[in-house]
Design a protein around this ligand. Structure first.
Ligand SMILES: Cc1cc2nc3c(=O)[nH]c(=O)nc-3n(C[C@H](O)[C@H](O)[C@H](O)COP(=O)(O)OP(=O)(O)OC[C@H]3O[C@@H](n4cnc5c(N)ncnc54)[C@H](O)[C@@H]3O)c2cc1C
Length: 392
């Protein structure tokens, strides 16, 4: 060890959770250090989430974390569920008076990083947390891009370090300490140069498997195919990909264009057994992971952060642990509702590899129940657009 540094709150991970937390603490005069093993360019260019709940956008806007999300994000007031060759619109605005915003995660990250740096925030790119120890008096062991090591001592440590969290071991006792479910399928995602094929997202269930038609910008589309988790993303030609997508969204004509990115995304559900141990906490994907079907991961991270920011502000200004101790129970309601919703959307829309004729007909019955019923549609609309947030 060459040196020891001190801060009030050590935040591992400069994803949406870690950066937003650092920003909210700064607004109340509380210092933090944010560590991320990736460099700034990698963070700002990795394509992940696209759909933000209305509440998430309102938080980003109201706290000054992003001035662009509300202004430049595309408001979507519904989605289409497509099955049996027909589309059925779930009209969010009419059903629950709310919407969602298409505003890519890497744009949120650009906004958050710019805000933190403009405010003099201590965000250390390329600094990897090797381990975290002593939950009562947290110490994070850090490695710099040059291979130098130092210790960061803090009043509290927050694991905002994603699904392979290092801080999770300090909180739960093991890296895998949680409730876990793996799905027998994955998404093959592509980015292509073509204008949007539809104004809103199309979730399409077909006997060939699920497909999602989504958008990124006026010139780029994001589309997904349900696939085997072991699929090699380079094994399909562009023509095969378009044929398969087209077959799965029968009744819609897709705008085709050159494919410039391919990835396979495995489906997992996870909730850590504990979210708090002493002064060590977990937020965002470090605390829980959902399959992307319900577009909940980033939104859930923001909901956690609102609770943890208030708890840490109370702890720093009054010494009270009340908010910290209440955090796991307060967060878990939303976490499990989001877990259920993500699992439900996934199982309703995907074809399991061992699916029987019975399962297929049952699935159609479920989709009809949701789309033909005002109450069924309203449940989907309410969950998709997001439940009320603590601060709003
Ligand atoms: C294809 C796809 C589509 C998605 N669509 C949506 C959507 O539409 N809506 C939605 O809400 N969510 C969506 N999600 C989920 C969303 O992307 C995640 O839930 C979100 O990124 C979680 O944010 P986070 O800050 O908790 O973690 P992350 O974004 O994973 O950030 C964690 C950070 O920690 C850093 N890190 C990890 N380990 C260390 C270490 N040891 N030391 C230092 N740094 C470390 C990483 O480099 C990373 O920058 C999607 C995800 C995928 C993959």
């Amino acid at each position: 060890m060459t040196r020891t540094e001190r801060t009030r709150v050590a935040i591992v991970g400069a994803g949406p959770a870690g950066l937003l937390l650092s920003h909210l603490l700064h607004r109340e005069g509380i210092d933090s250090v944010v560590l991320d093993e990736r460099d700034r360019d990698q963070i700002e260019t990795t394509v992940r989430a696209g759909i933000l709940e209305q509440g998430t956008v309102e938080v980003l806007d109201a706290t000054g974390a992003s001035e662009r999300a509300l202004r430049e994000g595309h408001r979507h007031e519904g989605i289409e569920l497509r099955f049996g060759g027909e589309g059925h619109r779930i009209d969010f605005e009419r059903l629950v008076g709310r919407g969602v915003y298409l505003y890519p995660q890497h744009e949120v990250l650009k906004d958050l990083i710019a805000r933190r740096l403009a405010d003099g925030g201590d965000v250390r790119f390329g600094h990897r947390a090797i381990s975290a120890r002593d939950a009562e008096n947290p110490v994070v062991e850090v490695e710099t891009p040059d291979g130098e090591r130092y210790e960061l001592v803090a009043d509290a440590v927050v694991g905002a370090d994603g699904s392979r969290s290092v801080v999770r071991t300090l909180v739960t006792g093991s890296q895998t300490g949680g409730y876990f479910r793996e799905y027998p399928f994955a998404w093959f995602g592509i980015l292509c140069e073509a204008p949007p094929s539809a104004p809103e997202l199309i979730y399409s269930a077909s006997p060939r498997g699920f497909a999602l038609v989504s958008q990124r910008s006026e010139t780029v589309q994001r589309l997904y195919l349900q696939c085997d988790p072991e699929l090699d993303p380079d094994s399909m030609s562009e023509a095969e990909i378009w044929d398969e997508l087209q077959a799965r969204v029968a009744g819609t004509t897709l705008h085709e264009g050159p494919i410039f990115q391919r990835d396979v995304l495995r489906f997992r559900s996870f909730v850590a057994h504990r979210l708090l141990n002493g002064n060590a906490l977990l937020v965002g994907d470090a605390a829980h992971t959902v399959p992307p079907t319900g577009a909940k991961g980033l939104n859930l991270a923001v909901a956690d952060v609102l609770l943890v920011a208030d708890a840490l502000i109370e702890f720093a200004t009054t010494g009270s642990r009340a908010g910290l101790d209440a955090y796991p129970a307060a967060a878990s309601h939303r976490i499990w509702r989001a877990q259920h919703f993500s699992w439900w959307m996934t199982s309703m829309l995907h074809a399991a590899p061992d699916e029987t004729e019975f399962d297929l007909h049952r699935q159609m019955g479920e989709l009809e129940s949701v789309t033909a019923s005002e109450h069924g549609s309203a449940y989907l609309a309410e969950a998709y657009t997001g439940w009320p947030l603590a601060r709003l």
